[in-house]
Design a protein around this ligand. Structure first.
Ligand code: ADP
Ligand code: MG
Length: 699
């Protein structure tokens, strides 16, 4: 098996190797040019690629093809067409044209559009993205595509991501030219998303409507054991989990997804998978596929993979760490502190651009990690707080301080120093610092954005980050433009100094979970946008609309429609949860409470009949308690139902979202507490669904 892995790896993708083998030389070269430089693809090239793709796909067992896209649902979408084409004599041939490869026309009317498309103009189209490789899955050739309306508005997450990569590349190249770099033609963003997830037994899962409909438990008393022993993190893999992870790796490898690291996470039944990083566009596609395949492989093992941000109360939820950096067309990581002072100028400019970007657009960063699920994590002491800040580590912070104050930098041994007060410090890479409480941490040669929820597409945070950094670079460019090369180092020094003074408020190396930080952040004037309804209105404020429109990422209409979609999504999620809770409590849980109360009362009555002198305070107290709980739950359910009705009647989505957050969720929380307390009184045999101990400790 092991020897076959290199052969197996990428065997289901239309890889560069396959292209080279299958395509005529000139066609191959034209396609490479499109992939590398984004040049327009001529129809004859598309036709040639289509023939090669179909041939390869059919050889590998495919009968169908589909354009694969990422609408605003957060999931992927596909519609399969077979290759067959009647040849007129009752027979068929397998056919696939360049036109079919390049463009598809799915009916777009049933995808969320936030009012962008009037229903009479429901046509949308998908356009091939040649920069992400096509692949075969379950007998179908999948072609990664962008999804737009007929008037060209983006209806998906890929289109703006590609636009943001382009914007960032343009600004980065311009800046590099200014700094004297003549060779770089393109700068790409690289991403390595670490993915957390839970595994639970499928039969147990099926018995809980909350898991089935909402992906999370809406109530359930804590197991006697949680994560307090800290024995799960990096612990030995149980055989069942290990077999799952192995199969998952193999499936991912076939699709050319470089799954690299796997381990147990902090919470019981929680695990993590990390791939080797790739260019943003490919990494985003791969992460979507990874999530899908995680679920699929789990089914085969009689497991269910939970990607929700907070499946269980009282133990950690799941996130996704977005490792992010910039790489030049000649292979230099721009966030890698260099070995020479000149490289360090580059490094410091790009580092500072990221700091500026995150400070100027912290509200957008927060939005990019928002959602009903992730609200349960951010701000809890398990995930970064909802306040966006940057961790730089002591050494880099000191470097910036020395620039700000015109002081020499170089107390520590490993630090080297250039001479001259206005010269940038020279230092070697820092490899020590680790801070798990920071939402945005520099980790040696990349930034790690840690606020993301486990279930969300990584496209959005990267769209924001890329665009914000593009803008920061554009502003720096304006400040430096026209500087003579011999004055550049000094000019950069002065620019950095100004930027540090302005943006150092976003840098925080301390404990992000502490109460003091919340106060400190407030006094620094940083955003603390606690929930999704709190942060979403920031999407449409002028400075943010300006950012996106200036760099051609979103039009104003696209921004407003996305805002609407995000609000709707939030409201719908909470209302589904509320209805599920109502149903579980009234149909399953209340009967249990009642049954146990009745049983206890009956037993007590029987004992009393037998021994009339007996006093039974414990039984009486229990029956009373269960009866009170029954009443409290019944009342609570009715109140929740009327809150749901009220929310559903609201036309203003922002108001509805706020109402869901402040009223519906808190009512649900109160019901959860009551139900949890009751659950501890009722024997497992009378409970209608599996408990936390069974769900978390049965594998
Ligand atoms: P951890 O954060 O758990 O210590 P690593 O730092 O080794 O793990 O890497 C985490 C992720 O960061 C991996 O997916 C890795 O491929 C990715 N990564 C490493 N270098 C870069 C880079 N230059 N750009 C983007 N991602 C990167
Ligand atoms: Mg990490």
């Amino acid at each position: 098996m092991n020897r076959q892995i290199p052969e197996l790896y990428g065997s289901m993708i239309f890889s560069d190797k396959v292209m080279r083998k299958k395509l005529p030389k000139d066609m191959y070269r034209a396609l490479r040019k499109t992939i590398e430089n984004g040049t327009h693809l001529e129809l004859d090239v598309a036709n040639s690629v289509a023939v090669a793709m179909k041939e390869w796909a059919v050889e590998n067992g495919a009968t169908h093809y589909t354009h694969w896209f990422q609408p605003m649902t957060g999931f992927t979408a596909e519609k399969h067409d077979s290759f067959i084409s009647p040849s007129g004599d009752g027979e068929v041939i397998m056919d696939f044209s360049g036109k079919e490869l390049v463009k598809g026309e799915p009916d777009a009317s049933s995808f969320p559009s936030g009012g962008l498309r009037a229903t009479f103009e429901a046509r949308g189209y998908t356009a091939w993205d040649p920069t992400s490789p096509a692949f075969i899955k379950d007998g179908t050739l999948y072609i990664p595509t962008a999804f737009c309306s007929y008037s060209g508005e983006a209806l998906d997450k890929k289109t703006p991501l590609l636009r943001s990569m382009e914007a960032l590349s343009d600004e980065a190249v311009k800046m590099l030219r200014l700094l004297g770099n003549e060779t770089v033609t393109r700068v790409s963003t690289t991403i390595g998303p670490e993915q957390e997830y839970f595994l639970v037994d499928k039969d147990l899962y099926r018995q809980r409507k909350d898991l089935v409909f909402c992906g999370r438990t809406l109530f359930g008393a804590s197991a006697p054991k949680g994560q307090e022993m800290e024995d799960h993190y990096f612990g030995t893999l149980k055989p069942k989990v290990s077999e799952y992870m192995h199969d998952l790796d193999v499936e991912l490898w076939k699709l050319g997804i470089p799954a690299k690291t796997k381990h147990n996470e902090v919470a019981p039944a929680q695990h993590e998978l990390a791939p080797v990083f790739d260019t943003a566009n490919v990494a985003v596609d791969h992460n979507q596929l990874t999530m899908e395949i995680m679920k699929k492989v789990a089914e085969k093992h009689n497991l269910v993979c939970l990607l929700h941000e907070k499946p269980f109360e009282g133990i950690n939820g799941s996130g996704k760490h977005n490792n992010w950096s910039l790489i030049t067309s000649d292979g230099v990581n721009l966030l890698d502190p260099g070995r020479t002072p000149a490289q360090n100028i580059q490094f410091l400019v790009f580092l500072m651009a990221v700091i500026k970007a995150v400070d100027d657009y912290a509200d957008l960063m927060r939005i990019s990690a928002s959602g009903a699920g992730n609200d349960h994590r951010l701000g809890g002491n398990e995930a970064p707080p909802a306040i966006v800040s940057i961790f730089l580590g002591d050494e880099l912070t000191a470097v910036l301080k020395s620039i700000e104050n015109d002081t020499y930098f170089g107390k520590q041994e490993k630090v080297q120093l250039e001479t001259g007060a206005h010269v940038l410090p020279h230092f070697v890479q820092d490899s020590t610092d680790r801070n798990r409480t920071s939402p945005f941490a520099f980790t040696g040669n990349k930034f790690e954005f840690r606020m993301l929820g486990s279930s969300a597409s990584v496209a959005t945070p990267n769209i924001v980050l890329n665009t914000a950094v593009a803008e920061a670079l554009a502003q720096f460019y304006q400040e430096l433009e026209g500087t003579r090369p011999e004055d550049m180092e000094h000019a950069v020094h002065e620019l950095l100094k100004r930027a540090i003074r302005k943006h150092k408020k976003i840098i925080f190396n301390g404990n992000g979970y502490s109460e003091e930080w919340v106060k400190e952040a407030e006094s620094r004037g940083l955003y603390n946008l606690v929930s999704t309804p709190d942060c979403l209105p920031r999407f449409i404020v002028e400075k943010n609309v300006e950012l996106f429109t200036k760099h051609h990422i979103f039009t104003k209409d696209e921004i407003f429609s996305r805002y609407e979609i995000l609000l709707e999504n939030y409201v719908k999620t909470i209302l589904i949860e509320a209805k599920t809770l109502e149903e579980m409590l009234s149909k399953d849980f209340l009967p249990s409470v009642s049954a146990f109360a009745g049983q206890t009362a009956e037993n007590a009555a029987a004992k009393k009949a037998f021994l009339p002198a007996l006093s039974m305070p414990a039984e009486e107290a229990l029956v009373t308690k269960l009866t009170e709980t029954y009443t409290a739950l019944t009342d609570g359910i009715a109140e929740l139902a009327s809150l749901v009705t009220e929310a559903e009647s609201m036309d203003d989505m922002q108001k509805a979202a706020e109402f869901c957050q402040s009223q519906v969720l808190s009512k649900m929380e109160a019901l959860r507490l009551t139900a949890n307390a009751a659950e501890t009184l009722i024997p497992d045999s009378l409970l209608p669904y599996p408990t936390y101990d069974q769900l978390l400790f049965s594998l």
